[in-house]
Design a protein around this ligand. Structure first.
Ligand code: PMV
Length: 324
């Protein structure tokens, strides 16, 4: 009744932005991501008949409140699937800076789903595991796989056809991602609230939705032939369209800080000097920079020298779920 799993976070190159069903987390569009080796969560789940409620330790601290509730609600889904009413001790170690635009929820829920389902005795396929993981956090369903993965939104309203599929494994292509850390402060609008507000009120939401199919088809072609310029251009444009929807929402909001823009301009400036670098940004102020290994030293130095940048952390493509 005990299992340990390790899952890496992922960065979306085509963003998931908008839900059509909040309760079981069904998206309004397909998304595509790269799993990263630098950020991961290791989680042990032990179901124990002597427990009278779930317990959750994160980075050696007992967790209460909203974070605890999300974990127990997710364990309820696992218990229901297994037909067993037994509580669990969950112990997680996060190698991800939390809530600053790094999807710690992605590695967190992927590791919890893998360890929890295995510990309770469910034998899930990758597809079933991805579908389960989606219920914890949408973007997490892509972290089941290493390398590039696509989350297919599905057509059914029961969610049975909404899960991620692998596109290319971690060793397919050595693309690098520099995570530019700007501030350790928590983001002001959660991705859940941000999506809800955008779907309900943004004048630009339909434009965003209408553009995704094209971006997805193009980026998949780029990945197929390892065309870095194409993949970078599409990823950056897709990110900018997603962030534009927040400005058209009521009340309007943005995840960007002043230094976010400074970093974006620095990327454009490097490109004007023929250095192939592109950025993408999730629901937070930090910027992720895509580059190729031969430019690593230059990219890292340039980013580190920007005032307001506190850290630059480098990643390669990461693997999918592993059991320890
Ligand atoms: O899965 P969530 O609720 O953390 O939402 C993630 C949303 C973005 O990071 C902005 C985009 C994505 O596809 O990961």
């Amino acid at each position: 009744m005990r299992a340990t799993a390790k899952a890496h976070t992922n960065i979306a190159l085509i963003k998931y932005w908008g839900k059509r069903n909040e309760a079981i987390i069904l998206p309004t569009n397909n998304s595509l991501s790269l799993t990263l080796d630098g950020y991961y969560t290791t989680t042990t789940v032990e179901f124990d008949n002597s427990l009278s409620k779930d317990q959750f330790m994160l980075d050696e601290q007992t967790v209460f409140g909203e974070q605890y509730d999300r974990v127990t609600s997710f364990l309820d889904i696992i218990r229901q699937m297994a037909g067993k009413q037994v509580y669990a001790q969950v112990t997680s170690i996060n190698e991800v800076p939390t809530a600053a635009g790094f999807a710690s929820s992605a590695s967190g829920f992927a590791a919890l789903a893998a360890a929890g389902s295995k510990a309770i005795g469910l034998h899930l396929s990758d597809q079933e595991l991805s579908r389960l993981t989606r219920r914890g956090s949408g973007s997490a369903c892509r972290s089941i796989y290493g390398g590039f993965a696509e989350w297919e939104m599905g057509m059914r309203e029961d969610g049975t056809d909404s899960y991620a599929v692998p596109i290319a494994p971690a060793d397919y292509w050595d693309i690098r991602v520099a995570a530019v850390v700007l501030s350790a402060t928590k983001k002001s609008v959660s991705s859940r609230e941000g999506m809800r507000r955008t779907v309900e009120t943004s004048a630009f939401f339909q434009g965003w939705l209408d553009s995704v199919a094209h971006d997805l088809a193009e980026i998949k072609q780029g990945i197929d032939v390892r065309d870095f310029q194409k993949v970078g251009e599409i990823a950056e444009a897709n990110c900018l369209k997603m962030h534009a929807t927040t400005l058209g929402a009521q009340p309007p909001f943005t995840y960007w800080h002043d230094t976010t823009l400074v970093v974006m301009q620095k990327i454009w400036e490097m490109r004007s000097r023929s250095i192939p670098v592109y950025f993408t940004i999730d629901a937070g102020p930090n910027v992720k920079v895509l580059y190729l290994p031969e430019h690593e030293t230059h990219v890292q130095q340039t980013l580190r020298n920007i005032p307001g940048v506190t850290d630059v952390r480098l990643s390669k493509p990461g693997r999918g779920i592993t059991y320890i």
